[in-house]
Write a protein of this length. Structure first.
Length: 178
């Protein structure tokens, strides 16, 4: 009569409270910090004596850091896309695969001591400089209303990390698509 494993795909992502859940296995990469926190914290609901485990197969922890780490939240708009951000301040223990803070000198779980790895600089002797003569097209619109066609809407969507479906609906509403 006990449920041992509960598997879902975007069905119980938000507002689903199961304090007994002790392990979350992440198989879906995301660029959304809020979605990542919702998904990963599912196993971290408090229950006395419980140890929460997050198994991340898709690199969300590398992208955002630990789900319960301190963050500075702001209502000010951010500039740039998620793809240009530096990786989250975490590292993975080579002995037990525990994810710990980038500044940790020792693994909290197994005691492994992190050593500074000095990597030799690689020089490609055969590399040559090339002049690029064609300008790269980059959207610089302050709003989607400034886009004049579907190509510009898709570029705007890409720049703002919107899905292609957003551009499609915008184009349909503006008469670019019949």
């Amino acid at each position: 009569g006990e449920i041992k494993v509960l598997c879902n795909l975007d069905l119980i992502g938000e507002g689903f409270d199961v304090p007994d859940c002790s392990t979350v296995i992440m198989l879906r990469p995301t660029q959304s910090l809020s979605l990542y926190i919702q998904q990963s914290m599912r196993g971290m609901r408090y229950k006395q004596g419980k140890t929460a485990i997050i198994i991340d197969h898709v690199g969300n922890v590398k992208r955002f850091g630990l789900p319960d780490m301190e963050r500075t939240w702001s209502l000010a708009p951010r500039k740039g896309s998620n793809a240009t951000k530096a990786e989250a301040p975490v590292k993975i223990c080579k002995e037990c695969f525990m994810t710990v803070s980038q500044t940790a000198k020792k693994c909290e779980h197994c005691g492994y001591e992190f050593k500074v790895e000095v990597k030799p600089m690689q020089i490609d002797e055969g590399a040559e400089l090339q002049e690029i003569t064609e300008a790269v097209f980059k959207v610089n619109y302050s709003s989607p209303a400034e886009c004049k066609n579907m190509k510009e809407l898709y570029e705007y969507a890409k720049e703002h990390n919107y899905k292609n479906g957003w551009a499609f609906h915008q184009g349909k509403a503006r008469g670019f698509i019949k």
